[in-house]
Design a protein around this ligand. Structure first.
Ligand SMILES: [Zn+2]
Ligand SMILES: [Zn+2]
Length: 136
């Protein structure tokens, strides 16, 4: 599935071919910190299909518990996370951040990773109030 994406400030734009069956919610503590929220949500891009069409990415290399190094790409201006992929040339999961994808409404999560660190409330998403839009 071909998608288009962009960062919050609009300096970064990209295209990719994704595999919707790999839509994954990630509860790992790195995703919680890096996203500043309860979990990460990514979808796999088909090998070498990611094309930056506008702007210049910034990078942070993180080392996982397994010792594997992942390259995290983000917009250096607004900080929007764009993707994570293996830091070396090995093929591996290229996880695009679903929130940056224009077609995100058609992407439903297919799996959850690292449930061990899942925050308690995420299992039962029950809230006293639901806001459809910003209250006026
Ligand atoms: Zn930006
Ligand atoms: Zn994660």
């Amino acid at each position: 599935m071909n998608i288009d994406g962009k960062c919050l400030c609009g300096q970064i734009e990209f295209k990719a071919d994704i595999d919707p069956t790999t839509s994954t919610i990630c509860h790992c503590t790195d995703c919680q910190i890096n996203s500043g929220t309860a979990f990460g949500y990514v979808v796999g891009a088909v090998n070498n299909s990611f094309k930056l069409t506008k702007g210049k990415l910034s990078f942070y290399i993180k080392t996982a518990d397994s010792g594997a190094k992942r390259e995290l790409a983000f917009c250096g201006s607004c900080g929007t996370r764009i993707y994570a992929r293996p830091a070396d040339e090995n093929p591996g999961f290229f996880g695009l951040r679903v929130g940056t994808i224009l077609q995100k409404r058609s992407l439903h999560p297919k799996r959850q990773a690292w449930k061990r660190s899942c925050l308690d409330f995420v299992e039962l998403i029950e809230t006293e109030q639901t806001f459809e839009t910003q209250p006026r």
